[in-house]
Design a protein around this ligand. Structure first.
Ligand code: G4P
Length: 538
């Protein structure tokens, strides 16, 4: 390549990186993540009527509903990533499953984003799922922007909400907007940055609504619109000025301070302020760590890692989509990439990109983008792709499951198919497969019970294997690392009934109680137990 063309390419890379924002929305189920997603896509012009994102409710009810939705999704939609343009920026919104039982998937998705939008139900404050997800963000120092949703319903007092957020999530809160009234009297937000009043007129469901901005708090119009709330706003904002720490970019970027917005996603109140501020504050694609060095997005050579695998994206082919976060360089259609774990070079001609509900073949992709590589099970979570360099991105976790069941095969002649099915389904990363160090049982571990139903159905539908799950009293999983002084064989012999290997061959303890696991560790200096494990390409 000539110097001219390589500097043109570098300029292109620089320009495209600058306009990328890759993020996820996290929330407790029902707080309004789906509704918020719809509103953002509406602003981005990616959909024209809210309600188009997905048939959302049924996920949380019966299993069968959930599964039919997944199947339906499989044939038509990938909501794994939604890309849309806003104010000249390209926003890549990574979807996270709404159901708690799939939280592992969510945790890993968070490794592929540069910022997070946290939606909180203002009538409930911080809830369990948000707490867990935010822990992951804190660990990764991901910047978080907060939206207090459902202010149109009876909600907690805004000052109490801030207090709740600070205490529960150990984060400094800096409000950017402040609600004008709440519940039935919620009219809009006061923008604390430019001191404007932003009123909204409710619109027909799914459509954009009208907004009126009033700059002068003392004007006749302001008085007539705000009425009795004027005093409330004046008092509360004076209080805030004294009590809240000012916005500090460094602390925000380190995930220690969160700008807070108030509004109603359903009524589209306060969403535009949120989106505009998100575009101003959220960082672009960040450098990513590998085992040996940090990869900067502006490096000319392509690199990326797999954070999610989704099966059955196309009902006509039993393919799996590997979702790759681009970390550096430019991906161009047809280029040869090194699949680092296998050492194979592959020409990638059919990678997919996603625009709201549609997917198409990707011609070019830049850092921050997500591309889908169709495959038949050769690609795994945490795999790295590069232009030849042996890189291994770190920080892609697997979490200890809490529910364990033994697989019972109804037809013993189908052993091979069972092994293939279980291995492939578990490689997608929402459940984990274990085998005892002595014996031949298959044990599946999951975060939630729904996984077992899903696997049972998929084994039957996709692998023609009739299997059932049998409850086990195990509840604790700890990965085991041994110091060089510990003889693995002797240790395995001593605790054979407690020891298993996971799908990647790592040694772990599965026990009924935490006490038993701790007891084994206490008795054996040089044995360390871990609740998470780094996924890596071995
Ligand atoms: P999730 O993805 O986080 O699980 O939440 P989702 O957006 O599905 O919202 C959960 C419920 O809360 C939905 O009602 C939704 O309409 C409602 N909702 C979301 N934002 C607001 C808001 O700002 N104000 C009010 N009043 N409600 C809001 P649903 O009855 O369960 O479903 P649907 O029939 O409305 O679709």
């Amino acid at each position: 390549m000539t110097t001219d063309s390589s500097s043109a390419e570098q300029a292109e890379l620089h320009r495209e990186i600058a306009r990328r924002r890759t993020f996820a929305i996290i929330s407790h189920p029902d707080a309004g993540k789906t509704t918020m997603t719809e509103k953002l896509l509406l602003f981005g012009g990616a959909i024209h009527l809210a309600g188009a994102v997905k048939a959302k409710k049924n996920q949380k009810s019966a299993t069968s509903d959930w599964m039919s939705i997944e199947r339906e999704r499989g044939i038509s939609v990938s909501t794994a990533v939604m890309t849309f343009e806003y104010r000249g920026l390209q926003l890549n919104l990574l979807d996270t499953p709404g159901h708690n039982d799939f939280s592992e998937d969510t945790f890993r998705t968070l490794t592929a984003v540069d910022a997070v939008l946290m939606v909180i139900d203002a009538s409930k404050g911080v809830e369990t799922q948000t707490r867990k997800l935010l822990e992951v963000c804190r660990l990764k120092r991901t910047p978080v922007i907060t939206f207090m949703n459902k202010m149109d319903l009876e909600s907690m007092d805004p000052l109490d909400l801030l207090d709740n957020l600070e205490k529960e999530l150990h984060m400094v809160c800096t409000p950017v907007t402040w609600p004008i009234g709440k519940g039935k009297e919620f009219q809009g937000v006061y923008d604390l940055r430019d001191h404007t009043l932003n009123f909204y007129m409710a619109a027909e469901r799914g459509h954009k609504n009208e907004r009126e901005v009033i700059g002068d708090l003392n004007s006749e119009r302001a008085r007539s619109m705000v009425g009795k709330h004027l005093q409330q706003i004046t008092e509360e904002t004076e209080l805030l000025a004294g009590a809240c720490e000012p916005y500090d970019e460094k602390r925000f970027l380190r995930g220690q301070q969160t700008p807070v917005f108030f509004g109603s996603a359903l009524n589209n109140f306060g969403v535009k302020e949120l989106l505009d501020c998100f575009c101003d504050l959220a960082p672009g694609p960040q450098p990513r760590e590998t085992v040996l060095r940090v990869v900067d997005p502006e490096e000319p050579k392509f690199s990326g890692f797999v954070f999610k695998i989704q099966a059955n994206m196309d009902k006509n082919h039993r393919d799996r989509m590997a979702f790759v976060r681009v970390c550096s360089g430019i991906f161009r259609r047809g280029m040869t990439l090194r699949h680092v774990r296998t050492g194979k070079d592959i020409a990638v001609r059919n990678a997919m990109t996603f625009l709201a509900r549609d997917r198409s073949i990707v011609d070019e992709a830049y850092p921050g983008d997500i591309i889908g590589i169709p495959n038949h099970g050769t690609i795994r979570i945490a795999d790295t792709f590069s232009e030849g360099e042996v890189l291994q991105f770190t920080g892609i976790p697997s979490f200890a499951p809490e529910l364990f069941r033994r697989v019972r095969l109804k037809d013993p002649m189908r052993q091979k198919q069972l092994a293939k099915g279980l291995t492939e389904v578990c490689e997608e990363g929402t459940a984990q497969l274990f085998r005892p160090v002595i014996g031949s049982d298959w044990i599946v571990g999951a975060v939630g019970p729904l996984q077992f139903d899903v696997i049972e159905t998929r084994l039957r539908d996709e692998y023609s294997v009739d299997a059932a799950f049998e409850g086990l009293s195990l509840s604790v999983c700890r990965w085991v690392s041994l110091d060089a002084a510990v003889n693995r064989r002797t240790f395995e012999d001593a605790y054979a009934r407690d020891l298993f290997t996971d799908g990647q061959g790592n040694l772990c303890l599965l026990t009924e109680t935490r006490f038993r696991a701790d007891y084994i560790a206490d008795r054996n200096p040089g044995v360390k137990l871990h609740t998470t494990i780094e996924l890596h390409a071995n």
